[in-house]
Ligand binder design. Structure first.
Ligand code: IPM
Ligand code: MG
Length: 409
């Protein structure tokens, strides 16, 4: 408990009510969440995976993705011990806090974390420190997962689902590298205060230290190097001091990556260029808030936010893998959610979190196969295809994983 409290107190702008950061009781810990421990089989690699289903459609998409992960892994000789823990609104309902101590410990001690979605109308009026989203910030900050990789790829099968013209959208394949543990999301001073006129003022601070810019820029240069060798750094250096430093540090690092072509773009222009000509982008690196906004925009080019996975990585420790969509409370529990973003997040978990590229490729291939067969959830449906629910989409991907010859990487 002590360690977890210290962790929260470090987020010093947030009002902490120590008594509310309670532990799960034995009873709450066991039901409905359980720890599954499979018996070890010889010759198999084992990994501990923390599953954090969260809220809304989170549990539906996680249960589907878990089965796919298990199957693809077993075909490559991998075994997983899954530990499912409450987070966000689910944890608030259970123990009154969005991030129980045991959940954080399980996440921290795992080899990788797969998260569903967090939040919902029910908790919208909660005080800030008791909002479900706080769990995400604790996880990101205290696991130190500063690099958030958000790919946006237009699959030919889904070209009709894009809101852009076919010729603009087809062939889009970009990676947004979003800084995740700094900037305006965490900067001090912050909060709602009273100014000298007695009026309420809301304060958030965009602040970046040189080392925070350098480390995310290095991830981005390395990412671009493995892709098409083009990196666009997005900032607002015509207005914001934090962006002026951002541009200076990114530019200074470019000489270490002569094989990468670096360009810079202001964020307002980048928002426009993403719609005008998205194919010009290969890798984008940007700060926390611009990355949040631009990745939602990029997702729509691909047809649906329900398709996009993400990976959040630090220098060491487990990575956090989650779909970029939210908890969609309007369709929760109706078997309508698109599980593909979470399934593809499981593929990223294998690739970036565990270095298991073959198993990852099996999942990616299976998703394409299920789409080739015409299976579509409502969000990506177009006439002539087969409308399926979350579970059935999961079953189709599972079938494809099982039926495929071993993938070559
Ligand atoms: C995201 C989300 C979160 C963010 C919200 C839910 C706090 O929009 O992961 O993109 O702003 O980072
Ligand atoms: Mg977002």
């Amino acid at each position: 408990m002590a360690a977890f409290l210290q962790m929260n107190i470090r987020l010093n702008s947030i009002k902490i009510v120590p008594g509310r950061y309670s532990s799960l009781t034995d009873h709450q810990f066991r039901a409905p969440y359980r720890i599954r421990c499979a018996a070890a089989s010889p010759g198999k690699k084992r990994y501990n995976i923390a599953l954090l289903p969260g809220d809304g459609i989170g549990p539906e998409v996680i249960s589907v993705a878990k089965n796919v992960l298990q199957k693809a892994g077993s075909l490559e000789g991998l075994e997983f011990d899954f530990q499912e823990m409450p987070v966000g609104g689910a944890a608030l309902d259970l123990v009154g806090v969005p991030m129980p101590e045991e959940t954080f410990t399980a996440a921290k001690q795992s080899d990788a974390i797969l998260l569903g979605a967090i939040g919902g109308y029910k908790w919208d009026k909660n005080e800030k420190h008791l909002r479900p989203e706080m769990a995400l910030f604790y996880l990101r900050r205290d696991l130190k997962v500063f690099a958030n990789l958000r790919p946006a790829t237009v699959l030919p099968q889904l070209i009709d689902a894009s809101t852009l013209k076919k010729e603009v959208a087809e062939g889009v394949d970009m990676m947004i590298v979003r800084e995740l543990t700094g900037g305006i999301y965490f900067g001090e001073p912050r909060g709602i205060k009273i100014n000298e006129n007695g009026e309420e003022v809301g304060i958030s601070t965009e602040i970046y230290a040189a080392h925070e810019i350098d480390r995310i820029a290095r991830v981005a240069f390395e990412t671009a190097r493995k892709r098409r060798g083009k990196l666009c750094s997005v900032d607002k250096a015509n207005v914001l001091d934090a962006s002026i430093l951002w541009r200076k540090r990114v530019t200074a690092l470019a000489s270490e990556y002569p094989d990468v072509e670096l360009s810079h773009m202001y964020v307002d222009n980048a928002a426009m260029q993403l719609i005008r000509d998205p194919k010009q982008f290969d890798t984008i690196v940007t700060n926390n808030i611009f990355g949040d906004i631009l990745s939602d925009e990029a997702s729509m080019i691909t047809g649906s936010i329900g398709m996009l996975p993400s990976a959040s990585l630090g220098e060491s420790g487990p990575g956090l893998f989650e779909p970029i969509h939210g908890s969609a409370p309007d369709i929760a529990g109706q078997d309508k959610a698109n599980p593909l973003a979470t399934i593809l997040s499981a593929a990223m978990l294998l690739k970036y979190g565990l270095g298991e590229e073959k198993a990852a490729k099996r999942i990616e291939d299976a998703v394409v196969d299920a789409l080739n067969k015409g299976f579509r959830t409502g969000d990506i449906y177009s006439p002539g295809n087969k409308l399926v629910g979350c579970k059935e989409m999961g079953e189709e991907v599972l079938k494809s994983v099982e039926s495929k010859v071993p993938a070559t990487v």
